[in-house]
Design a protein around this ligand. Structure first.
Ligand code: GLN
Length: 189
C-alpha cells in the first residue's frame, strides 16, 4: 500500500507518521514529477487552502490530480484538504478540485473558537477530534455519506472513494480515521 501525501504546505508529516504506524508506505508529493502512477491513495493535509491551491496551480498539479480523483483515485482530505475537494465554498469564490458534492464554509467557527477539541462519533466509533480554524460542511449532496457531526454540523463525510474531515485526525494518537481510509482503499469500508 502506497499513499502519496501532498507536502506543499501544512500538517503533512503527521499523516506520514500515522500511516507508518499502520504499516502503509507514504511518499511526499511536492512537484508534478512526484505525482506518478503506482499510488493507492492520496492525502490532502490541513494547512491554508488558499496557499495550497496557489502552489498546486503553480506546480501544474491541479488538473492532473483532479483528473486522477475523478477517475477513482482514493483521496483523504483533512481541513484545508476538505476545502480543496469541495464543489462549492459558501464564503469564498474559489473552487480547487471541486470533486466532492459538498458546500463547505471556511473558518466556520469564527475567531472565538479558532481551535478546539471534541469527542465525536465517526462511522459509529467514538473518537477525539482536533479542530483548527476549521471549516464545516453546510450541504452534502445525495451521494455523500455523513460520517460525523458535532454541534449539529457535518464534520466528516465520504463520497465513494473520497473521504474528508473538517478536523485533524493526524494530530491525535488515534489512528482509526487513517485505518478507515486504508480500508476504503481496499474496498473494505
Ligand atoms: N482555515 C484554513 C483554510 O481555510 C483551514 C485550516 C486547517 O486546515 N487547519 O484553508
Amino acid at each position: 500500500m502506497k499513499i502519496g501525501v501532498f507536502a506543499l504546505q501544512g500538517a503533512f508529516i503527521e499523516h506520514e507518521r500515522a500511516f507508518a504506524a499502520l504499516g502503509a508506505e507514504t511518499t511526499e508529493i511536492r512537484r508534478k514529477e512526484h505525482f506518478t502512477g503506482g499510488l493507492d491513495g492520496i492525502v490532502l493535509p490541513g494547512g491554508e487552502s488558499t496557499v495550497q491551491g496557489k502552489l498546486l496551480r503553480e506546480e501544474g498539479l491541479l488538473s492532473p490530480v483532479k483528473d486522477a480523483i475523478l477517475n477513482g483515485l482514493p483521496v483523504f482530505g483533512t481541513c484545508a484538504g476538505l476545502i480543496l475537494l469541495a464543489r462549492e465554498l459558501s464564503n469564498d469564490p474559489n473552487v480547487y478540485f471541486g470533486c466532492m458534492d459538498v458546500t463547505v464554509k471556511r473558518n466556520a467557527y469564527g475567531r472565538q473558537l479558532g481551535s478546539f477539541r471534541a469527542d465525536l462519533n465517526f462511522a459509529g466509533e467514538r473518537l477525539p477530534a482536533v479542530f483548527i480554524r476549521a471549516p464545516y460542511i453546510e450541504r452534502a449532496g445525495a451521494g455523500v455519506e455523513i460520517l460525523a457531526e458535532t454541534g449539529g454540523k457535518i464534520v466528516a463525510a465520504r463520497q465513494n472513494h473520497m473521504l474528508a474531515t473538517a478536523f485533524h485526525p493526524e494530530l491525535t494518537d488515534d489512528l482509526r480515521v487513517h485505518a478507515y481510509f486504508l480500508r476504503l482503499i481496499r474496498g473494505e469500508a
